[in-house]
Write a protein that binds this ligand. Structure first.
Ligand code: SF4
Ligand code: SF4
Length: 347
């Protein structure tokens, strides 16, 4: 069985306990943080288990890569804690279950893995940036990482190895692919963070979607029109697991001439979009976060908001638009810089 790799001795000698003292959702001083971390390491109950908003940020805050959030999720499940109401949890687990409908397909590189979100293809994988790409999607290759929000790490352990094997067997080997581009930040985070943390082998090279966009945009550098836009960036929870991809955002913004506005809730201080917290039934907290986040974008003078995660876009896009800011995915921003018209949602 897949076991989390972490070293309790590292926590025992940790001077800062950044994982908990920097948490934006549970207020703990250093002594309280030490005590709650001690309880978690001993497998005891801790207020963190029930108060955690599952924002993933402590995975980034730990300076030693000792997987504090994965520890929390393991213990939540072991102790029968359910962050979301059980009917919602069950429905989510059932809704994205593997279907066993895999078949070999001829693909031409580059291949973009849309995860279980093939529905985004018709408005996100459009225009010259995507000429000649192939896409793959479906529940049978779903990364399953979202079950971290439901304290169901066991579902990821059960389904991810099979999904990875499906990608290898039916797509990568069959088509001799050198790499697989991950449309969803969460897939890349699964392959580069969760999988090594739990000892699941990934037998292909994942590429972050922003890396793909950068390559394509650099090839078309002569066609880029500079965009005089002030843009707020909504960093998703999954990106806390792969902070090494953060510079890609700045590089893309610089390439298209957009200014990433300086605001309070960006980078390591990013706020969750609120959708998951709403699913947990914590409506007041979700609304508070949503308001603080959007007010912050407005105060920073943003005229647009670029989302990394489609789920964040669905959760916040309308509210952002109502405040006069254009909601965009990063691929939309790139396409605007290439002078392309964007299709509306669902067209
Ligand atoms: S998880 Fe990281 S930050 Fe937290 S106590 Fe352990 S070593 Fe320190
Ligand atoms: S996942 Fe987020 S809310 Fe939960 S303990 Fe870590 S930093 Fe705090």
């Amino acid at each position: 069985m897949y076991q989390l790799k972490f070293d309790e001795n590292v926590c025992a000698s940790c001077a800062t306990h950044d994982c908990l003292t920097r948490c934006q959702y549970i207020k703990l001083d250093i002594e309280q943080a030490k005590e709650e971390r001690r309880k978690i390491l001993l497998g005891e109950d801790s207020r963190v288990l029930s108060e955690c908003a599952t924002c993933y940020a402590c995975e980034e805050y730990c300076p030693y890569g000792n997987h504090p959030f994965y520890q929390i999720v393991e213990l939540q499940e072991a102790r029968g804690i359910h962050p979301a109401p059980k009917p919602i949890e069950k429905q989510q687990v059932r809704m994205l279950a593997p279907e066993g409908k895999m078949d070999y397909r001829e693909l031409s590189a580059p291949v973009i893995d849309m995860c279980a979100f093939g529905m985004f293809e018709k408005f996100s994988i459009q225009g010259k940036l995507f000429d000649g790409v192939s896409t793959i999607s479906g529940n049978d290759i779903f990364c399953n990482l979202m079950y971290l929000h439901f304290a169901k790490n066991s579902v990821i352990k059960e389904r991810l190895p099979k999904a990875v094997d499906n990608i290898r067997k039916y797509y990568v080997e069959k088509n001799k692919l050198a790499e697989v581009v991950c449309f969803h930040d969460e897939c890349y985070a699964t392959f580069k963070s969760w999988a090594p943390a739990f000892g699941v082998e990934v037998p292909f090279k994942p590429v972050h979607f922003f890396e793909f966009l950068l390559r394509e945009m650099r090839e078309r550098k002569g066609e880029i029109r500079q965009l005089p836009m002030r843009v707020a960036y909504q960093r998703p929870c999954s990106n806390r697991l792969i902070p090494e991809t953060q510079p890609l955002v700045d590089e893309l913004f610089e390439l298209v001439g957009a200014e990433r506005v300086q605001r309070k809730y960006d980078r390591e201080n990013a706020l969750c979009c609120g959708a998951v917290i709403m699913t947990h039934g914590r409506d007041d907290l979700a609304e508070d976060i949503r308001k603080r986040n959007i007010d912050d974008m407005k105060e920073a003078g943003a005229t647009a908001c670029v989302f990394n995660c489609p789920y964040c876009l669905v959760a916040l896009g309308e509210a952002v638009a109502q405040e006069g800011m254009m909601p965009l995915l990063m691929s939309d921003l790139c396409r605007l810089a290439l002078g392309e018209q964007l299709k509306g949602w669902g067209e």
